[in-house]
Structures are given as C-alpha cells and as structure tokens.
Design a protein around this ligand. Sequence first.
Ligand code: MN3
Length: 200
Amino acid sequence: MSFKLPELNYDYNALEPHIDARTMEIHHTKHHGAYTTKLNDAVMGTDLEGKTIEEILSGVSSHSAAVRNNGGGYYNHNLFWEIMGPDGGGSPGGELAAAIDKDFESFESFKEVFSNAAATRFGSGWAWLIKKSGGTLEVTSTPNQDNPLMDLAEVKGEPILGLDVWEHAYYLNYQNRRPDYISAFWNVVNWNEVEKRFQK
Ligand code: MN3
C-alpha cells in the first residue's frame, strides 16, 4: 500500500478571491503531489511500510529527514484542504465555540493569537490550533513541514486547524503580504470540519 494524493472536495477556483485557482492547483498537484511521492519513496522497503501517517509522525525523531519533511508535508496538506471550503468563514458554533471562549476569552482574541502565530513564524512553516491531551485548546506554530503530532514538536497535540504560511501558499496573489493572506484565510475556514476534529 502507499499514500495517495487526495482529491479536493471543491474546485481550484472555489476559494477565490481569497485564495486564487492557480495557487490552489500548483499547491495541490505540484507541492502536495511531490510530498506524497517522496514520502512513498522514503517509506518503501522500510519497516514503516503499512503504517498510518499518524503512526509514522508520532515516532518521527527516529526516522530520516525525508520521512520527517515529506510525511509532515503529506499530513499537513491533507488537513489544510479539508479545513477550508467555499462556504467557509464566519465563526464556529456549539462546543468548539464554548471551548475557544474558555481558553482564549473570545473568538476575536483567538483569531488574534492565531494570526499572530502565523505572521511571526519565521521563514516557512505552519500555524496550528491544537487540542491537547487534557482537552484544552492551544495555538502553536512549527517550522518547515513539522506538526504537533510529531514526537519532536515543542508543543504537542491533535491539530484541528492549520494554516500553511510557506510562500508557495500565497506568493502568486499576495507576494510578500503574508498578513493579507492570513486575514483572507478566515473567509474560507470550514468550521464544521474543525468542529468535527475537535469532537474526535
Ligand atoms: Mn504548502
């Protein structure tokens, strides 16, 4: 068995004007496609064959750099496509809304903390909202294609929302204006999917 590049649940132009179709297509087919291919190459013939991506990431400190970079890239983009959607934006409801209010005081202050984590991540990486083992929510960020499922992450937890702040995620439309891309991201967040991950 091998890892497969997932289909998106929406068209490449479905997130416009916030994320443009060309960026989505290149990001999905070329970048995510390459992580997927290279992950399969790195795992083939090793004792990681047949393991789930979550199993691999949880012990990633003892694997190769290729497994770390491409396994992270594979998992992170799978999550990223799912937590966005054409009918996104607004704010979460139900238990997730209550948990955000409890751990960040308000949705607005959560957005500020998350946006700040995304804006200040130096170079390439990701901002995350994670559910920690005790059930509380926390914002964190990771470099490159690392993520909070990795045993070597500084802050560990189950990612329920993630934002790719590599330049390949926004440069065609936003050039160096990462903060504008971060603001636009809030218009495409699929809170139903984030809530589903929170409930798990
Ligand atoms: Mn990316």
